[in-house]
Design a protein around this ligand. Structure first.
Ligand code: CDP
Length: 225
């Protein structure tokens, strides 16, 4: 089973993908972490989001150090901003595309290992999974919520991780990234034609997961969500 989850920034798509992976026995890939790791690489090289060199970005994506996807610094607003700048570059997207497909179709060591543990497929979350990366996915979700709710959730997340965060700055970051992600020429953020829309504005995590499971004809495992 292959599932694509796309959506706006801080909409809950990562949380949904993680929960569905646990419920359905799927390997999970947060593709935003790849773009963030690429952005962080350039930041560490001293690049500025307003003037990123496309060639340097392409090299960073082609030689991506995957350990950076686990680095806490990719979660900052600055790395998010840098991620959305490099994500608009076709060379960067092309460099990261094949690895995402390989992950989904089980060639990666992680998934082989997973298959031995009984995994039954993969779920990827991002912006263009249902439209570009995995157009043949069995199920596609598009997750969104009102921007003030999303900003508040991201603010709480950052505060809980001990970061300093200001609500107005977070809101501005989300609006700017969504606008850049939606209006770019290559792989823009938009629901796939056959995507199931999930509005999480008034849903708890539990309600969101139940809604998604019901939409694909599954029940939550007892005691899980
Ligand atoms: O967690 P959040 O929703 O804030 O963002 P993310 O999923 O970590 O993605 C960070 C940025 O990477 C996005 O703003 C997009 O510009 C870019 N991205 C993308 O273009 N395509 C993807 N498949 C995933 C992320």
């Amino acid at each position: 089973m292959i599932i694509a989850v796309d959506g706006t920034a801080a909409s809950g798509k990562g949380t949904l993908a993680k929960a569905l992976a646990a419920e359905l026995g799927l390997a999970h890939l947060d593709t935003g972490a790849l773009y963030r790791a690429c952005g962080l690489t350039l930041m560490l090289e001293g690049a500025d989001p307003s003037s990123v060199d496309e060639h340097a970005a392409e090299i960073a994506a082609k030689n991506l150090d995957f350990s950076l996807t686990k680095d806490a610094r990719i979660r900052t607003a600055e790395a998010g901003e840098m991620a959305s700048v490099v994500a608009a570059m076709p060379e960067v997207r092309a460099a990261l595309l094949e690895g995402q497909r390989r992950f989904a179709y089980s060639v990666t060591p992680e998934l082989k290992d997973g298959l031995r543990k009984g995994l039954r497929g993969a779920i990827l979350d991002g912006r263009d999974i249902g439209t570009v990366v995995l157009p043949d996915a069995d199920y596609k979700f598009f997750v969104d919520a009102d921007v003030d709710i999303r900003a508040h959730r991201r603010w709480k997340e950052l505060i809980n991780h001990g970061s300093e965060a200001m609500l107005p700055a977070i809101m501005e970051d989300l609006v700017k990234r969504d606008e850049r992600d939606r209006s770019r020429q290559h792989a823009p953020l938009k629901p796939a034609d056959n995507a199931i829309l999930v509005d999480t504005t008034e849903k708890s995590v539990e309600e969101m997961v139940r809604f998604a499971l019901k939409a694909i004809g599954r029940q939550p495992l007892p005691g899980k969500s």
